[in-house]
Design a protein around this ligand. Structure first.
Ligand SMILES: Nc1ncnc2c1ncn2[C@@H]1O[C@H](COP(=O)(O)OP(=O)(O)OP(=O)(O)O)[C@@H](O)[C@H]1O
Ligand SMILES: [Mg+2]
Length: 240
């Protein structure tokens, strides 16, 4: 790399498998601080596996994953969280019987008390509805509120890179927009966003650049504008 400052997130040549099955093949991508980048691909393309591998929930067989220049691949997931990668998993993975406040506590458990309090007031300013529901059990929240809580929990880890796995899933378009509206605020704080999306239109609307995955490989990449007018993008979906 010729730049002075390394990328917020740099994935290079990653091969990953789940059991005996090779799922990711030679995946490389870069996300800079303050940038929002989408990983697009049809059902089963490998998006979730990629995000889980970056988050340390799946160990890559080959390749490197760098966070601001420091190699993190192979570290246990909690170390990767502490290093600055926040993960909003597919399907949210909340604890239905724990309260909104409990989830924020869990997210903030690695931070010192003063920092934790600052993060908490920041996420509650961002998601005002969660402040109103602070004592409510997660299982009783609406889908949109649950997604906001999943993001808020990840933000409580004080991430420099935020991985979001299909936050639009199961949400009405209006609610999706209100979730995506938080991205500019995070980007201004210098957070790098990597968004996995099955929906081309949503992914390209929310990101500056995107990578298109097919069968575990990156097959196309470019700016959102370039990809929006590239017929090969839709072909990767239709070709399955
Ligand atoms: N635990 C697992 N065991 C076996 N195969 C798996 C496992 N996890 C993922 N796969 C396979 O890996 C491939 C990629 O799956 P992955 O969930 O990463 O795709 P995705 O792009 O996130 O799809 P979706 O849009 O449906 O969320 C699929 O063929 C899937 O069947
Ligand atoms: Mg997925």
């Amino acid at each position: 790399m010729t730049e002075d400052r390394p990328a917020a997130l740099a994935v290079e040549g990653v091969v990953a498998a789940v059991g005996p099955l090779k799922i990711l093949q030679d995946v490389s991508l870069v996300v800079n601080a303050g940038e929002a980048v989408a990983v697009l691909g049809a059902n089963g393309a490998g998006k979730t596996t990629l995000l889980r591998t970056i988050a340390g929930l799946n160990i890559p067989r080959e390749g490197t994953i760098r966070l601001h220049g420091e190699a993190i691949e192979g570290l246990p997931a909690h170390r990767i969280t502490r290093a600055g990668i926040g993960h909003v998993p597919s399907g949210r993975e909340l604890f239905p019987r724990l309260s909104v406040g409990d989830h924020l506590e869990l997210g903030g458990r690695f931070s010192l008390p003063a920092r934790r309090a600052l993060l908490r007031s920041r996420v509650l300013d961002m998601f005002a509805v969660l402040r109103e529901r602070i004592g409510q059990r997660a299982g009783t929240l609406s889908g949109g509120e649950q997604q906001m809580l999943a993001i808020a929990r990840a933000l409580m880890t004080d991430p420099r890179v935020l991985l979001l796995d299909e936050p639009s899933m199961g949400l009405a378009p209006k609610i999706v927009l209100s979730v995506f509206e938080t991205f500019p605020i995070l980007r201004e704080q210098g957070v790098a966003i990597l968004l996995a999306e099955q929906s081309l239109s949503l992914g390209l609307a929310a990101a500056d650049r995107a990578y298109v995955m097919d069968h575990g490989r990156i097959v196309l990449s470019g700016t959102a504008a370039e990809l929006a007018s590239d017929s090969r993008v839709a072909d990767t979906y239709l070709g399955r």
